[in-house]
Design a protein around this ligand. Structure first.
Ligand code: C5P
Length: 221
């Protein structure tokens, strides 16, 4: 079984307020992206890696991979203007005989091998996609114009993380459809009628959005 990892790293990361794209923000003395490249490269579950880089940053990504001796990185392509378009650009590099594609946000640096193993498992039982999730502990309310419309039953809600795993052909079909408003790949597979399973996520897979997130993740390194 050949498993390809797409690492989407093309976000601008404006809320970090850095002078460079988020993937190159400093995390423990290295670019944030180094953490997930290294972890994917060292994973026995992963055969090859394609990075969707911030446009114009493809070469620094390749140099970083070389520095990390991450020999599974086969390409760095310019990302698109949305996450889904970045996935599409990276997916174009995946050969026809790939069996499984795993899509991961570079903004979630602390990728544990156990999560990779968990998301790959249900694919052998016929799932069209697998998503790591965390339960929601806060009370969730739907709000419009500063007024609460409803309090939602949190027992039914989860927060979706990455890495998300898919049979390669299923992801290709989902990405060929309408990408409007998609904030993850699983939602595109769901839209196409696919059955997406969930597995336990990992609180340390926090998505770095603000400087405080970066400091928290750094403290966990
Ligand atoms: O912005 P968002 O939180 O959706 O970003 C999630 C991941 O998608 C990040 O790793 C970011 O680099 C990536 N992304 C991308 N191309 C974009 C927007 C986001 O690769 N145009």
């Amino acid at each position: 079984m050949s498993v390809w990892a797409l690492l989407v790293a093309a976000g601008a990361g404006e809320r970090l307020g850095a002078d460079r794209p988020k993937a190159f923000a400093n995390l423990g003395g290295r670019p944030l992206l180094a953490e997930s490249i290294e972890r994917l490269d060292r994973s026995d579950w992963i055969d090859a890696i394609v990075v969707a880089a911030p446009p114009g940053w493809e070469e620094p990504v390749i140099l970083l991979a070389e520095e990390l001796i991450a020999s599974k990185v086969v390409a760095a392509v310019p990302g698109g203007s949305t996450r889904a378009e970045s996935v599409q650009a990276a997916l174009a590099e995946v050969p026809a005989d790939a069996v499984v594609v795993l899509v991961h946000d570079a903004a979630r640096p602390l990728l544990d091998d156990a999560v990779i193993e968990r998301v790959l498992g249900p694919l052998t039982e016929g799932a069209d996609g697998v998503v790591p999730v965390l339960g929601v502990s806060d009370t969730i309310k739907r709000v419009r114009d500063g007024v609460v419309e409803a309090t939602v039953d949190r027992g039914e809600l989860v927060a979706a993380q990455t890495p998300q795993a898919f049979p390669a052909d299923t992801l290709r079909r989902a990405l060929a459809g309408d990408l409007e408003g998609a904030t993850d790949c699983a939602s595109l597979v769901e839209r196409a009628g696919g059955r997406v399973r969930v597995v336990e996520g990992d609180p340390r897979l926090l998505k770095v959005t603000t400087r405080a997130d970066l400091e928290l993740v750094e403290s966990w390194l």
